[in-house]
Structures are given as structure tokens and as C-alpha cells.
Design a protein around this ligand. Structure first.
Ligand SMILES: Cc1cc2nc3c(=O)[nH]c(=O)nc-3n(C[C@H](O)[C@H](O)[C@H](O)COP(=O)(O)OP(=O)(O)OC[C@H]3O[C@@H](n4cnc5c(N)ncnc54)[C@H](O)[C@@H]3O)c2cc1C
Length: 464
């Protein structure tokens, strides 16, 4: 599958939108046109990104035409399928929405799934219901499969099966010359390595093929307690995770629900400590492992039960509608008593620390595995990841949330590792903080060789 480009790079002062419009079937929206605000706004609606124009591609040929136009007109091109991870570094780009690339083909015999670049995790999950297999899905059903895997991909099942990126069998992408290529381990080892974790800097991916894994039974959901029980629940979380088999993934949360009518009565205006979990195995085996959590304090809401690939996106109960959000993350070397006491003192009261979600994900297992066949993912030896989200619904919160983040990091400073996972970099975090130096160096070399003019722009540029 190869289409050769015949464009020559040159830069013009004013983008020739008419030429692009004439070359594509999809809808192109530029800043002076009706619909611009909706077109440019990402899922995280508060990020004020200002692309040069937005193209909702109709098909793969549109992606080829868009990249060739970008080469010829000196305008960088970026993909942003959903915008869960928007960045102002995408300002000035031709921004591609890939929703129309919606192919999903599940090959049960080969245990693979091929997905177009617009396919969301919830859609792939639903397609896997009844197959007895899972893909390495993250927590939210709304982001795209391709958007997640390009940044490595932290899945419910990474402890057992590794990063989502390392389950990739092939990708089809339009490279920085406007050439559509099918990339596999043998066809182009460097490019195949780079796209598996190195982000969206190496081409516009139009489809990917992923390995599937057996999962005849999945048990999961959430247990919730009033936030007053934070300390005993986090101690029990630490106890459970210390000996958890790789089939069990448990994440702890502090959740503050605003006093708004959108939230059901038992949650509205209240604060909880919760654990969300998946277990690749039976309910009985999971319950034996969870005994310390059930003994920690009386559970107020028990939402555990059978999970299918199609309902996996409900386990963590994350929002799926577009919303404003500010994020922060850190890898944690430990969750000692000082860290638990610091969390209790800092994040229990939303009036003093207005963070909607504070999450501690248990890592371990295959997170730490290293294999020469892996992509541009760096093994993670830290046992936990901190992630926090604040919702700046009003301007005062936009000011207060960063103070909340600062207090949270101060409380955990003695266990923070100083680096992060690529998919959890917040706007302003350096890409370099998410890769080992030798991984970043190889990514930069490949970027310089394949895209010396910077035609393709990632939301986390490896040269940034
Ligand atoms: C509440 C919350 C929970 C999260 N949970 C997880 C989780 O469990 N696991 C995890 O790994 N991450 C998680 N993330 C991070 C997020 O899911 C990823 O960053 C993912 O990239 C977002 O997907 P998207 O489709 O919205 O990507 P977008 O924000 O639309 O795009 C992100 C970037 O990916 C690249 N990209 C996307 N598609 C293409 C393409 N077709 N070709 C080339 N480049 C492309 C581009 O550089 C683009 O700018 C979470 C984030 C939040 C806010």
C-alpha cells in the first residue's frame, strides 16, 4: 500500500485554503467561517487552541491530500481526533479531525483488531463483546484507540499485558512527504518503533492493527466510601496492591461531586474515597484479593460486577462529554504513611482543594518489563501514578486549581519520582520528562531524518 508524493516544499504567506478545499472531500473550516468555534474547540474545552484551520477528513485520500498541501504551503499538520489532550503547541496547524475513519475489523482467528484513526475505545470495546478477547483499553471510552496508543497507552490490562503501544501489529500512516505507508516491524523498524509510544510526530496515522488478549471473564467496578474513611481505605489499597497478581488492577480515588442537579442524589455535593478495579478472572478470586478493602470501613456503594469489553469504559465512571479541565500527574516511588496522611490533609475538603478527581493508579507487573521488541515506551518501575483533574467551571476555580495541584505535589514531594508517563503530560510539561534520555534521543533522530521540515506536529513534540 504505497502512494508516492510529488509535492515540493515551498512557503507562501497566506494559506491557499481554496487549493486545499479543491483537493479534499471533507469539510474545511477556517477562522473567518461559520462554525469555527465549534470546529476548533477540543474535548477539553478550556484549552484555547488556535489552529490555522480544521479539516474533518472524509477518507484516507483526504489525509494524503492534506499532508501534501501542508508540505507545499509550509503549514504544519496535526491530528486531533477527540481532543482529550489538546495543547497550544498545535496553534497555527492544519488540524485534522479523523472521526470519519471509522473502520473496525475484528479477526477472531488471528486475535487482532484493525481500527481506523477515528475509532473510539467504546466502539472497539462494543465490537469485542462476545469474542472472549480484550484490547488494551484505557479508562475512558471516548478517546480514540490511535490517540491513546501513540503515547504508549496505559490500560486496565497493562499490568498483565504491557503498554497498548506494544500490542500494535501494524499502522498505516501518511508520512511527512504525503506518502501512505503500511508500517510493520520488518517494513520499517525505526518508524514502527517510534509510533509505538513516541507520539504523533511521525506521520498522520489512518489505521492501526492491535493484538487482542484472552479474557473469558472480567470482574470489576467501584467500591465507594465517604471521604472520612480515606486513611484506612488507602492503607488497605496499599496492602491489596502489594501482593496483587498481574490480573488485578486497582486504582484509588478521592472524588468530589459538585452540588449540581446533573449528579444523582447519593453523589450530589458529596465527597468519597473509592477504588475502581478490573480483574481478569472470576468474581470469587477477585473478592478474596479485595478482602482488606472491604474490611477497612463500611462500603457505602458497591458497584462491582461482571464487566465486558463494551462496559469497560464505565468502570472508572469518568466523564465522556466535553468539559473544561486542568490536569497534573506524577509517578510515585511509594505510598507510605506520610503520603497517605498528606493526601488526607490536602485533598479531603473541596472547599480548600478544589480538585474533582485525585487518582492513584497501581502500576507494577508488565509496566516494568523491558523487551527489545518494544516500541518507544520506557519501562516504569514506580509502583503508583498520581493523576489529578480540576474542573475550572468558573474563573475563580481556574486560579484555585493550580494552587490545589501545588499543595498536592508538596504533600507527595518525598515520593514523587520527577518524571511522568507520556499520555499524562499536562500542557506545559516537557516531553523530555516522559522518556528515558536514550529513547528521546532516538525519537529525535528519527524525527530529524523523516520530517526535517517539521511538516507533522505532535501535541507532545519530541523536539519540544
Ligand atoms: C480523565 C482522563 C483519563 C485518562 N485515562 C487514560 C488512560 O487510562 N490511559 C492512557 O493512556 N491515557 C489516558 N488519558 C490520556 C488520554 O486518553 C490520551 O492522551 C489520548 O491521547 C487522548 O486521545 P484522543 O483521541 O482524545 O487524542 P487527541 O487529544 O485528539 O490527540 C492527542 C494527540 O495524539 C496524536 N494523534 C492522535 N491521533 C493521531 C493520528 N491519527 N495520527 C497522528 N497523531 C495522532 C496527536 O499528536 C494529537 O495531538 C486520560 C486523560 C484524561 C483527561
Amino acid at each position: 500500500m504505497t502512494t508516492t508524493a510529488s509535492t515540493t516544499a515551498s512557503t507562501t504567506a497566506t494559506p491557499d485554503w481554496a487549493a486545499l478545499r479543491g483537493a479534499v472531500r471533507g469539510r474545511l473550516v477556517s477562522p473567518d467561517e461559520p462554525g469555527w468555534e465549534a470546529a476548533r474547540t477540543p474535548w477539553l474545552v478550556n484549552v484555547p487552541q488556535q489552529p490555522a484551520a480544521v479539516l474533518e477528513v472524509a477518507d484516507v485520500e483526504d489525509v494524503v491530500a492534506a499532508v501534501r498541501w501542508a508540505v507545499a504551503h509550509g503549514v504544519p499538520v496535526a491530528a486531533q481526533p477527540r481532543g482529550h489532550a489538546p495543547r497550544t503547541v498545535l496553534d497555527g496547524t492544519l488540524l485534522l479531525r479523523t472521526g470519519a475513519l471509522d473502520e473496525v475489523v475484528v479477526d477472531r482467528a488471528r486475535a487482532t483488531a484493525r481500527v481506523g484513526a477515528g475509532v473510539q475505545w467504546g466502539t472497539l470495546g462494543a465490537a469485542l463483546d462476545g469474542t472472549g478477547m480484550v484490547a488494551l483499553a484505557g479508562s475512558n471510552p471516548d478517546p480514540t484507540v490511535v490517540g491513546l496508543l501513540l503515547g504508549g497507552g496505559v490500560s486496565w490490562f497493562t499490568r498483565k499485558h504491557g503498554f497498548t503501544a506494544n500490542s500494535v501489529v501494524s499502522v498505516d500512516l501518511v508520512d511527512a512527504t504525503g506518502t501512505l505507508v503500511h508500517v510493520t516491524r520488518t517494513s520499517d523498524p525505526d518508524l514502527f518503533w517510534a509510533v509505538r509510544g513516541g507520539g504523533g510526530d511521525f506521520g498522520i496515522v489512518v489505521a492501526a492493527e492491535l493484538a487482542l488478549f484472552p479474557a473469558s471473564e472480567i470482574y470489576g467496578g467501584q467500591l465507594m466510601w465517604p471521604v472520612e474513611h480515606l486513611v484506612p481505605v488507602l492503607r488497605a489499597f496499599r496492602e491489596v496492591t502489594a501482593t496483587a497478581p498481574d490480573e488485578l488492577s486497582v486504582w484509588a480515588h478521592v472524588l468530589h461531586f459538585p452540588p449540581l442537579p446533573d449528579f444523582p442524589e447519593p453523589l450530589r455535593g458529596r465527597s468519597f474515597v473509592s477504588v475502581a478495579l478490573t480483574h481478569l478472572g472470576t468474581a470469587a478470586a477477585a473478592e478474596r484479593l479485595l478482602a482488606p478493602l472491604r474490611a477497612a470501613a463500611p462500603v457505602e456503594m458497591d458497584l462491582l460486577g461482571p464487566v465486558t469489553p463494551g462496559t469497560l469504559g464505565d468502570v472508572a465512571g469518568e466523564p465522556t462529554d466535553p468539559m473544561p479541565g486542568l490536569e497534573t500527574s506524577a509517578l510515585l516511588r511509594d505510598l507510605d504513611d506520610e503520603a497517605i496522611a498528606g493526601l488526607a490533609a490536602t485533598v479531603s475538603d473541596p472547599r480548600t482543594c478544589p480538585l474533582t478527581i485525585v487518582q492513584i493508579r497501581h502500576l507494577g507487573g508488565a509496566f516494568a518489563h523491558e523487551h527489545p521488541g518494544h516500541g518507544a515506551t520506557s519501562p516504569v518501575t514506580e509502583p503508583f501514578q498520581l493523576f489529578a483533574l480540576g474542573v475550572p467551571a468558573v474563573p475563580e476555580l481556574a486560579e484555585a486549581i493550580p494552587h490545589g495541584f501545588a499543595a498536592l505535589h508538596a504533600a507527595l514531594a518525598h515520593v514523587e519520582a520527577g518524571h511522568r508517563l507520556p499520555n499524562f503530560l499536562a500542557d506545559g510539561d516537557a516531553t523530555a520528562s516522559a522518556y528515558r534520555p536514550e529513547v528521546l534521543e532516538r525519537l529525535r533522530q528519527i524525527k530529524a531524518e523523516r520530517d526535517p521540515d517539521g511538516v507533522i506536529r505532535s501535541n507532545k513534540p519530541v523536539l519540544g
